[in-house]
Design a protein around this ligand. Structure first.
Ligand code: AP5
Ligand code: MG
Length: 227
């Protein structure tokens, strides 16, 4: 079982790395931000509620977010593991996740913390384009936006996320430093944290991450603990 929680500031590359890892390990990528954006697109009551917080760069209340992730983690495709991206984001969410995983007979095997300096985060967010249909993200280096999405068979329109404007970016980074960064020590104390320099190329970060995940998997697998 792979139980991966990706930690990192807005723009650190959590989503980018989660997509690659999910394909490689064949386990679902669960992004709380993507789930909220899907609800927004479908104009559900949850989407409407989330909008008020997301457009200000604030966190959606814990109870709502925890309930949404609980439902997602309970689905059968999580039987062999999961990659959480953007959840948990507060100590209360992390505590709730621990309880929830115990109920489901699952556990966290690794918490990679993708580190990127603040100046670079803002630069990346300012150049990010997202596909309206499949949610794929691009930087201006990876694809000229006017060509539209080219992920697999998708031809969706690329757009700039509303919360990627400079004021909301700064707020999101502030919220991360105040409410999410304490999770670094939380998971370090549990022996689950590994630190990755997220300023390398996407491919290089992926290789580092994969190596760490596979090593942790070997250590946690029943066969190796019996040795
Ligand atoms: P969410 O969607 O999770 O946004 P975020 O945490 O701010 O993270 P981002 O998606 O902005 O960054 P990322 O790390 O995924 O970077 P990416 O891979 O795209 O949350 C949005 C909002 O939803 C929150 O503000 C909140 O309101 C709400 N929310 C979500 N979860 C919540 C929760 N648990 N509780 C409460 N509220 C919640 O990469 C960024 C750019 O950099 C891309 O253009 C990419 O191509 C590029 N890039 C990536 N890696 C590299 C690299 N190595 N080199 C060069 N470029 C790179
Ligand atoms: Mg993301």
């Amino acid at each position: 079982m792979y139980g991966i929680v990706l930690l990192g500031a807005p723009g650190a590359g959590k989503g980018t790395q989660a997509v690659l890892l999910s394909k490689r390990l064949n386990i679902p990528h669960i992004s709380s931000g993507d789930l909220f954006r899907e609800n927004l697109r479908n104009q559900t009551p949850l989407g409407e509620l989330a909008r008020q917080y997301m457009e200000r760069g604030e966190l959606v209340p814990d109870e709502v977010t925890i309930a949404m992730v609980r439902e997602r983690l309970s689905r059968p495709d999580c039987a062999n593991g999961f990659i959480l991206d953007g959840f948990p984001r507060t100590i209360a969410q992390a505590d709730a996740l621990e309880v929830l995983l115990k109920e489901l007979g699952k556990s966290i095997t690794l918490v990679p913390w993708i580190r990127v300096r603040e100046r670079m985060l803002m630069e990346r967010l300012s150049h990010r384009w997202t596909c309206r249909d499949c949610g794929a993200v691009f930087s201006y280096e990876s694809l000229p936006p006017r060509e539209g999405c080219k992920k697999e068979v998708c031809t969706g329109e690329l757009y700039r996320r509303e919360d990627d404007n400079p004021e909301v970016q700064a707020k999101r980074i502030q919220v991360y430093n105040e409410q999410t960064a304490p999770l670094i020590d939380y998971y370090r104390a549990r022996g689950l944290l590994v630190e990755i320099n997220g300023e390398h190329t996407i491919e290089y970060v992926h290789r580092l991450l994969l190596q760490l995940v596979l090593n942790a998997h070997t250590i946690h697998s029943p066969a190796s603990s019996a040795v």
